[in-house]
Design a protein around this ligand. Sequence first.
Ligand code: ZN
Length: 295
Amino acid sequence: MFKRTVKKKVICEGYGLHTGEFSRVIIHPSSEPDGILFAKKIGNTLRYIPLNPDTVKSTMFATSIGNDQFTIFTVEHLLSALHGFGIDSAIIEIDGDEMPGGDGSASLFADAILDAGVMILPIKKDYITIKSEFIVEYNTGYIKYEPANTLSIDGIIDFAHPKILKQHFTYFNTPEHFYSELAKARTFGFLKDYNTMQSLGLAKGSSLENTIVLDENDVINPEGLRFQDEFVRHKILDLLGDLYTVGKPIKGHITAYKSGHALNHLFVRKFLALLEKDFVTEQEILQPSVAYTLG
Ligand code: ZN
């Protein structure tokens, strides 16, 4: 397998889900060894932030990346599309502070990448894997890793809401499976949490156009759901995006129970910590699974 970039530059624009502000994003082709680079003009100079776990700034309700010069909010749906299509190198230039939200799924970015086309680079793809299984826990959720030759994700959620309840979906990371089964799954929220989110300065751009909204008993969007299990599919979409903050594509089978951005980020951190050990002593890696709990 070889590295991939987009064939030509492509533009995505629209309003952010949390800030409600307009932004314009250009996805540029790149053969840089740095992989995915975010870029923004500060004054007259284009400044860059590489995609890696150290540039992840916040995982509250969405994933943001930044440095001391600027922050870009809600990058996970774009990252999911890049990961799903296997795009290793690209420059993501943003004019704004938050990725455009589109319809709350990854469709805006997936369609843009399809529109640009994919170019194969003459550089071998650099997958990473760990030899032993491990589990990361956070609140009532967990993410389990098992070594495998491809990336697949079993997502499980369990909400005490009659329209959600327990849902399980298995995703295999290929461009075809991503586009047909995951890309269109929208973000969701509960009407009862809306005021809290707003008081935290979040969900300012949220509407029925870009969020599945649930009241006590039902989905209130007039068009209903795109998949009966759209909720768990979106959770996997988010995790696929957050996994890309590792900076390289992962191989392994992942089981995610009640995952969210904070747990996803803990998983990425633990994965990288174990990866370093992987190169140091094989003995440690061959030990039984390691449980990792926050606090
Ligand atoms: Zn999401």
